[in-house]
Ligand binder design. Structure first.
Ligand code: BGC
Length: 784
């Protein structure tokens, strides 16, 4: 397509209008040149679409850490194709994913949303994701370019990192996805060595566009463009969201006054048109027809393939001959299926472990809560109504809701006159299942009135917890109000928010009317769970982090499981030695009870099909396929790199290239589980290795009694250096069968950045192969 001919038809104001979002998620359509409205949407575990609510449901896949734990590039490509299918269904052209920052510190709030501590694994998983999504005609924007590896002061923090470490570690995954042909890229909020990334001409124009030949479109992170000239000249192509922002008329003036050359604007427009053309928003892009992918089945398969069996004493798993199973934990009944922040999507079904295990029917499943670590009450799970009102209290529109949660982000329902909208009210009915002190709660920011059966319980303002909008709205404070109810009593509850917030001209309605039944005291709950475990053949405790622990917008403060879950696990393990702990967390947690329990299965944030996949793996229908993409510490205090707190506005990456296993290998204290670790249901012998000509061939034999999969990992150590992952492959074999796999080594595996170019490091390399960083039975050597 002749993009320049199209650009020549546009005047300067029109070109500049295209460069800032038309709204929260899209770019201005230009029918005069055949350009449709180009729509973007978050990722990475699904495609949320333009609504931030269950009104527009999406398939919710397992968390990115889980996807990386599969180490399976074909599976990741298939995930990408499903996401493209979802995007097309929702009219989305650009998926704001994958997140390919690194697991530098386990405290990173978006750790769950990134893949790995390892550069190679991150790059390969990221590249396969990009290929899969783009195969389906939908663009990706690998993010956040670059060094956005933690959240504290994310808008302003300055990451100080040497050029060599930047090249060899933090830029490498980005280089890899550009090689894989990414059509877009998202620049980060933070600064690198003193320059904010939306203005970072050296890295964006210099490295990304000139050196790597990136011909795609650089989209800013949301609100990250905060200047006019510096960002326009710094390589950012699109400022999101819109319609307001620092470009528009100011950029037009800068061009007219010669401070920004018009050719820079044209280059941005050309990149947008190319992106639109590739995704079918400008002329129909050619795309091979693909068979429809069953999203539910794939979500279940990926979950099982990601589940990582850390420990399995006496081969307790897979379960056999179990008649009664005690299932314990709040996350067993309400699975934590994803982390918080912009990565949230709204599936139209969630299979909890309780649902999944009951449906599977392997044993009689008996449930106990044990303890509830959640800090906020859930919405009333009965159909409710939302009333949209004007300043005089006149009804503008009314909508049915599945529960008492109000959530419209970016847009109000189509029949609401936003100009007149002044208040939103949720009306719900709550039936007391048990007599006693019920709790009602408001979670939100603004002025609220809460009434229970006509009596006003609260009428005041709730202030936000901080000034990051993501934190203010996604993690609004909660206020609770006790109300005594008789058994079976039905009460009408209303919660009115007296103002409607907006962000950059976009509607932001987000509040929850929460409720909780009276419960036993904490000690009684724990005792009840232990008794149930003692009276059952096997106990399965599902332990989880909460929304307040793992989310965008802030970093973690501790790796401890929240609330009294550690205590609960120890009590259950004392009551029944056949205790399996299911860890439902997107990133590392401390497991002080590790020696007390028989088995530990890490299920990450497993996505909407959590419970079905758990049943498959616990009963051996599927093998747990996961291998750790990140080393797990015993305690936070042991970790070699944890620092995420800026001092004088900066976080220096003082550890250099030594993050993850590279750091642990030089550290005095060992981790709980090394990078690459994970057990299956069969055993393998590593038989032979042969290295040469840029590739390594490894043969392995399934020495167990059932068919299984193994992730063969190849590490390379430069002369005098430490081993680093250089290749991997997932192999499959029946009992007694051998398989041979050849892994190709990337060029970068034997190169270093010498300050101005990549240079091969000659000498004798040690090649090792095995099942984890700590277990590499085969060795060979390779001369470079
Ligand atoms: C996040 C991005 C996300 C964007 C749009 C930002 O706060 O950092 O990852 O794509 O919001 O939701």
């Amino acid at each position: 397509m002749d993009f320049d001919a199209l650009i020549n038809k546009l005047d300067l104001p029109t070109k500049i209008r295209l460069l800032t979002g038309a709204d929260m998620w899209s770019l201005t359509p230009l029918p005069e040149i055949g350009l449709d409205r180009l729509v973007m949407s978050d990722g990475p575990i699904g495609v949320r679409g333009e609504q931030w609510s269950s009104a527009d449901p999406s398939i919710a896949l397992p968390s990115p850490t889980a996807l990386a734990a599969t180490w399976d590039l074909d599976l990741v490509r298939q995930v990408g194709r499903l996401l493209a299918q979802e995007a097309r269904r929702k009219g989305v052209h650009v998926l704001l994913a994958p997140t390919i920052n690194l697991h530098r510190s386990p405290l990173g709030g978006r750790h769950f949303e990134c893949y790995s501590e390892d550069v190679h694994l991150t790059g390969e998983i990221g590249a396969a994701y990009v290929e899969g999504v783009q195969d389906g005609g939908v663009a990706t924007t690998p993010k956040h370019f670059v060094a956005n590896d933690f959240e504290t002061d994310r808008f302003t923090v300055n990451v100080k990192v040497t050029d060599k470490v930047l090249r060899e570690v933090y830029l490498r995954p980005f280089e890899r996805v550009v090689q894989a042909g990414a059509w877009g890229l998202m620049s980060a909020y933070n600064s690198v060595n003193g320059t904010t990334m939306t203005e970072h001409s050296d890295l964006v124009n210099g490295v990304l566009k000139d050196e790597w030949g990136f011909d795609g479109c650089v989209v800013s992170d949301w609100t990250a463009v905060r200047s006019t000239e510096a960002t326009a000249l710094g390589g950012t192509d699109v400022a999101m969201p819109g319609p307001h922002g620092p470009w528009g008329e100011k950029l037009e003036a800068a061009v007219r006054e010669g401070r920004v050359p018009e050719s820079a604007v044209d280059d941005k427009v050309r990149r947008i048109l190319r992106l639109a053309h590739r995704t079918g928003a400008l002329g129909g892009a050619e795309r091979a027809e693909q068979a429809e992918i069953d999203g539910i089945a794939l979500a279940r398969e990926v979950a099982a393939r990601s589940f990582t069996l850390l420990k399995n004493s006496g081969d307790l798993l897979p379960l056999t001959g179990v008649r009664t199973l005690a299932l314990i934990g709040s996350a067993a009944a309400e699975a934590r299926i994803m982390g918080g922040g912009s990565a949230q999507v709204f599936p139209d079904r969630v299979v909890s472990p309780l649902d999944g295990l009951r449906e599977y029917g392997g044993a009689e499943v008996r449930y106990a809560l044990g303890t509830d670590p959640r800090l906020k009450l859930a919405p009333i799970a009965e159909p409710a109504r939302a009333l949209f009102l004007d300043a005089g209290g006149e009804l503008l529109a009314e909508h049915e809701l599945p529960n008492s949660e109000a959530r419209w982000v970016g847009q109000a329902p189509a029949d609401v006159d936003v100009e007149r909208l002044a208040a939103v009210e949720i009306r719900a009915t709550c039936t007391a299942e048990v007599a006693g002190e019920h709790q009602f709660a408001i979670s939100g920011v603004g002025r609220f009135t809460l009434t229970v059966d006509g009596t006003t319980v609260f009428d005041d303002t709730i202030a936000p917890a901080g000034d990051d909008p993501a934190v203010a709205f996604l993690h609004a404070p909660e206020k609770r109000f006790p109300v005594t109810l008789a058994e079976g009593q039905r009460v009408e509850v209303t919660l009115r928010q007296h103002s409607v917030a907006s962000f950059n001209g976009m509607v932001l309605i987000m509040f929850v009317l929460g409720h909780a039944n009276p419960t036993l005291g904490e000690d009684e709950l724990l005792a009840e769970a232990a008794e149930l475990a003692a009276a059952s053949d096997v106990a399965v405790v599902v332990a989880s982090t909460t929304l307040e622990v793992e989310s965008e917008g802030f970093d973690r403060k501790s790796l401890a499981l929240p609330g009294r879950q550690d205590e609960l696990i120890s009590a259950v393990a004392r009551a029944n030695p056949r205790t399996v702990v299911v860890v439902n967390a997107g990133s590392p947690v401390e497991m002080p009870w590790l020696d007390e329990v028989a088995a530990v299965l890490l299920t990450w944030f497993p996505g909407q099909e959590a419970g079905g996949a758990l049943a498959d793996v616990l009963y051996g229908e599927a093998e747990p396929g996961g291998r750790l993409p990140t080393t797990w510490p015993v305690r936070l205090a042991d970790c070699p790199v944890v620092d995420v707190t800026p001092v004088d506005g900066a976080v220096p990456y003082e550890e250099g290239e030594y993050i993850g296993y590279r750091a642990w290998a030089r550290h005095a204290v060992p981790p709980a589980f090394w990078f690459g670790h994970g057990l299956g249901y069969t055993s393998w012998s590593y038989d032979a290795i042969d290295a040469g000509n840029g590739s390594v061939t490894v043969s392995v034999t399934n020495t167990g009694s059932r068919r299984g999969r193994e992730v063969v990992q190849v590490y390379l150590a430069a002369p005098g250096g430490d081993p680093r992952l250089a290749g991997f492959d997932v192999v499959e074999a029946g009992p007694g069968e051998s398989v041979v796999t050849t892994v190709f080594l990337p060029e970068r595996a034997v190169q270093e950045w010498d300050g101005s170019a990549w240079r091969a490091v000659p000498g004798e390399y040690t090649v090792t192969a095995g099942r984890s960083y700590a277990d590499r039975p085969l060795t060979a050597s390779l001369t470079v």
